[in-house]
Each structure stands twice: as C-alpha cells, then as structure tokens.
Design a protein around this ligand. Structure first.
Ligand code: NAP
Length: 250
C-alpha cells in the first residue's frame, strides 16, 4: 500500500482543487477538503474521492474573512494524524469583473486581497504548524496565475497583483522552510476552463481568449492538477522555490 499521508486542499469544491482531490485520491490518503460556499460541490468531490479509497473530511471557511482561517486550522489539527506527513495545495481564489484602475474600489480590493493573499498566507502558516508536528517533510503548492507576470491591465490588474504577491510569498516561504525539508512551489495556470470565469461575470472568457494562447486552446483543471501532484510527489524531491507555468506557452 502507498505511504499514508494527509493532503489539505483549499478550494476543493470545484475546478482545479476538485481535480487535485479526484486525481490524488487513493487508499491511505486522508484528504482535508476545504470549501467556501459550495457545500454540494465539495460533498460530490468527497464522494468520488472516497470511492477511490481515500478518507475525506470537509472543512468550511469563508476566506474573505481571514479570521476564519484559525478555526479551520484547529479543525484540521484535530482531524490530521500528527504522525503522518502533510501536504498543502493552497488553491482557493477569486477573480472579479473586468475593470480598469478607476473602477477599483476599496471593497473590491479588500475582498480580493483577503481571499487571494491574506488568507492564503495564513492557511500556509497553519499548514506549516501541522507539518512541524510530524517533524519534517511535506510540500506546499500555491496556486498563482500567469496574470502575475502579464499584469492583466484592462482586465483585472488587482487579481494579477494578488497573484504577484503569491509568487513572492512562494519564494520567501521556500527559503524559510528549505532546511526543514518542506518544499514550497507554485503553479501559474493560464486560461483554464473552470467556473471561475463565470463567477467573475464572463463564463466564456477562457474560450474567447484561447486564440491568444500559442497552443490555441484552453487548459483543463486536470492539466493543472497533474502539475500540482507532480510538485507534491517524490519525483519533485529536489524542486523547491519554483513557479511552474501551466499555460500552453502563454
Ligand atoms: P473555481 O472553480 O472557481 O474554484 C475556486 C475555489 O476557491 C472554489 O473551491 C471556491 O470555493 C474557493 N473559494 C473562492 N472564494 C472563496 C472564499 N471566499 N472562501 C472560501 N473558498 C473560496 O476556480 P479555479 O479556476 O479552479 O481556481 C482555483 C485557483 O486557480 C484560484 O486561485 C485561481 O485564481 C487560480 N487560477 C485559475 C485560472 C483559470 O483560468 N481558471 C487561471 C490562473 C489561476 P466555493 O465555491 O466552495 O466557495
């Protein structure tokens, strides 16, 4: 039987996070599956993962409120076996409607940065606490975006800036944890066909812009999940402080 481990995934109720849980599920794996508002989506993903032999626990937290992170970590601490290694896929995130700088309001910026940056950093902090209970090892993959290097002017530069923060955070955290054997990397997806575009008000966005991608198509959640799972795996045992673009050449 493969090694027992715990996998903590935020934003596991749909899209990339759900694909990670589905692909990772196996006997011996305990999944801590976080969701925000989509309980039905989370329950469905959990069922599919259980059918593949994983043990799955659902954790709810609205990450627009960074104070929701500490109770979630306490719940995770009670559920995760301290004797097992733990990995984190720090994936929950939002975009917003297409807007230019003059349309950026304090409320929009505060929500975007609370979810995509402040809560993401606090989730990683909590996961490091859990990893240290085990002693050593574990891996973190943050979900950034190619927007971090493109800037996304005239679309959502606030989102791009929030993912730029995640890139910097990934580099710094990797430096802090490398000597403990905890690897920290990020994936930077390009145009991926998930529900996030509809939630930002433009369901067809990824397909509409696909012609700008050198590979002339959108990516799938599974193609991103595959890179995330590789970064978590022993196959990436000498890979840390790395930002992996999964973007069809964009
Ligand atoms: P998605 O299907 O919309 O998934 C987003 C996940 O984040 C959901 O599970 C959602 O949970 C969770 N989430 C959002 N707001 C939350 C909140 N306030 N509190 C708690 N959870 C919250 O989109 P996705 O494309 O898979 O996105 C996953 C990550 O990939 C994000 O960080 C996104 O920025 C990044 N990304 C996506 C693309 C793309 O083209 N799709 C490109 C680059 C980067 P609930 O629905 O349960 O609230």
């Amino acid at each position: 039987m493969p090694e027992p481990r715990t996998l903590f995934v935020t934003g596991g109720s749909s899209g990339i996070g759900a694909a990670v849980v589905r692909m990772a599920a196996r006997p011996g794996l305990t999944v801590l599956l976080h969701y925000g508002g989509n309980r039905d989506g989370a329950a469905q993903v959990a069922e599919e993962a259980r059918a593949k032999g994983a043990e799955v626990h659902l954790l709810q937290a609205d990450l627009a409120d960074p104070d929701s992170v500490a109770p979630m970590i306490a719940e995770a601490a009670a559920l995760a076996d301290p004797d097992l290694p733990l990995d984190l896929v720090n994936n929950a995130g939002v975009v917003d409607a297409t807007a230019t700088i003059m349309e950026m309001t304090p409320a929009r910026l505060t929500r975007m940065f609370a979810i995509n940056v402040v809560s993401a950093i606090l989730v990683a902090r909590g996961a490091v606490e859990l990893m240290r209970r085990h002693g050593a090892g574990g891996a973190i993959v943050n979900t950034s975006s190619v927007a971090a290097r493109l800037g996304s002017g005239n679309q959502f530069l606030d989102y791009a800036a929030s993912k730029g923060a995640i890139d910097s955070f990934t580099l710094g955290l990797a430096d802090e944890l490398a000597a403990e054997g905890i690897r920290v990397n990020a994936v930077r997806p390009g145009l991926i066909d998930t529900d996030i575009h509809g939630k930002g008000g433009e369901p067809d966005r990824a397909r509409r812009l696909a012609h700008n991608v050198p590979m002339k198509r959108t990516g799938s959640a599974e193609e991103v999940a595959s890179a995330i799972l590789w970064l978590l795996s022993d196959g990436a045992s000498y890979v840390t402080r790395t930002l992996v673009d999964v973007a069809g050449g964009r």
